[in-house]
Ligand binder design. Structure first.
Ligand code: FE2
Length: 162
């Protein structure tokens, strides 16, 4: 029987791995400075979704088919359906099946939140009837249009796909 206090992990050493990489492992994706608010605005927003909202208003009502993690980096917001507020430095977990309507209130000059969205979300009317779908493929289509419009070319998004 193995004791719960026994540690069989090898001792840490400062010797890098030196054999061949494992097959079918893509390169790491490293984007310096991506969470800085001074980031190149043409690149802003990706799925993982990082919206930067600079006016009060409503983001469309939707139902999640998978879990979402939301980390608020700047400003504040809330859902019309819930009594909690997402404030700077806070984290929220949205379970699959949650239906909500995001509002950035008057007086918030800028809201930035890192949404890790899993699977699709379904836009719904006030009674829950589906009216549209957003998923990684619709986000990619939007990103291609955006990068084309700002002069970086539609294929700019390809480097972010894993
Ligand atoms: Fe949501």
């Amino acid at each position: 029987m193995i004791s719960s206090t026994q540690d069989d992990r090898p001792k840490a050493t400062a010797i890098p791995y030196r054999d061949e990489p494992l097959p079918n492992v893509p390169n790491d994706l490293v984007i310096p400075n991506v969470l800085s608010l001074d980031f190149d605005e043409r690149l802003w927003g990706y799925f993982v979704n990082l919206p930067r909202v600079r006016k009060s208003g409503i983001l469309s009502r939707h139902r999640h088919t998978g879990p979402v993690h939301a980390t608020t980096l700047h400003g504040k917001w809330h859902y019309l359906e819930h009594d909690w507020w997402a404030t700077e430095g806070s984290h929220a977990f949205e379970p699959p099946g949650d239906i909500h309507t995001l509002e950035v209130p008057d007086g918030v000059e800028e809201m930035v939140t890192l949404f890790h969205v899993t699977r699709a979300y379904i836009y719904v009317d006030p009674d829950g009837k589906p009216v549209g779908v957003e998923d990684v493929f619709s986000k990619l289509a939007s990103a291609k249009m955006h990068y084309e419009r700002v002069g970086l070319g539609a294929n700019y998004v390809d480097q972010f796909i894993r």
